[in-house]
Structure formats: structure tokens, C-alpha cells
Design a protein around this ligand. Sequence first.
Ligand SMILES: [Zn+2]
Length: 243
Amino acid sequence: MAVYKADAIVIRSREYGESDKLITLFSREKGKLEAVAKGVRKPKSKQRGGTQLFTYADFLLYKGRNLDIVNQVNPKESFIHLWDDFDRMIAASGVAELLDAATLREQAEPQLFTLTLGSLFLMKIVDPYIVQATFALKILKFIGLLPGLDRCVSCGKQLKGEQIFLCVDDGVMCQTCKKDKYGMMVSPGSAAFMQQLLSVNIDRLDRLRWSKKMKEEIHQSLMFYSENKLEKRLLAWRTGNEM
Ligand SMILES: [Zn+2]
């Protein structure tokens, strides 16, 4: 059987069969992968910790006919800070589920890998919902679903300091062009903050602060936009929205 290595993060983990887990990995080399981790729900399994959600590890996998199989896991980081705190857990789950929804299997996206790994680390020191919102804006831009926020896609008007309309079909629009289109209005303050999140280097996120109102509005509009664009319900995002 062919064996391959993956430098990867566990972005989804669910029970499978009697004592196995089916895990979704996001790897540096191959993008999203799915694999079975056999027997890891048994108390004595050595691989138990390595297949937990968010674990960053070196994996050795067997190429299976249908599903690949985890042969070895050497964890490098288990992100204890995400498990210690409810908000961090919800925000990190939001990152993982959006990454899963926005990517296809076996397409290497090293930039997204770096962004995801960096986001999980950053949640230790930065408001986790700011990290989640930044991740969403950057991944939506990366896959081309929301390229920019500063210009109306219809008339080209600059939208600096103005309300923006997140139109599900077309992207960002001005108030005049939105007419009866399906989407969500974002206030000037939140729009400017989103613009900042989109362009900031994530290492500088610790300098940014938002108000409760902006947090709610940005979270809700990104959830609405992503769910409609990706045609998928984002459960962790919905939980976060109620916080
Ligand atoms: Zn316009």
C-alpha cells in the first residue's frame, strides 16, 4: 500500500464504526484530505490525542481504495487554549467549518494552510471572534467570493466611509445599485472595520478593537454571506451569533 506524509491540522472529527474516527485534515501539501483513524476511540489508543479536532501533527497515511487510513500521528500542537475557553472553541470551530465548506479535496492551498494555522495560534491572544471574522474575509477573498469591499461592483463607486450592501449574487454594492437584490446592509463603521481586517497582516490583529454592535453586525453579515454563497449552514457560526 502506498504511504504518504501530511503536515496537517484536524479540521473535523467524527465517530465512525465501532471504535474508529473519520477525520478531515487540512494539509500543507495536499489541501483537504479525509482519513479513517482506526481504533482511536478505545481508551488505550496511542493515536487518540493526535486525531482530536484542531490538532496539528505530522501524519503518515496509507492510500486506501476509498478512504485513506491514518498509520501514525506525531502531534506538534494540540491548541489547549481552544479547549479551555468556550468563545475560542466556537470561533475556532467556525474557522474549521468555513475552511471545510470553502475548499475541495486534494487541492493544495499552502496560503490557506498558513492562514488557518496562524488563526488558531492567534486566538490565544486576540479576541477569537476578530480572528474568525478576519479568517472569513481572507478566505472569501482568496477563493474569489468576495474580492473587495471598497468599491461597488455595479457602478464602480468608491465606498469609503459609506454603508455597503453585501449582495449574495454580485458581491459588494452601493445603496443605489442594491435595489431589490438579496443581501445585507452593513453600517459604515462595520464596513470600515471589515476593510481593515481584510487588509491587515494577521500578526497585527492584536491592535484592533471593535464594539459589541460591530461585532454582532460583522459576524452576522459574514455568516449570512458565506452560508448563501457556499450553500451550506454553518453551525458554529450560528452558535457564535447567539453569544
Ligand atoms: Zn453602485
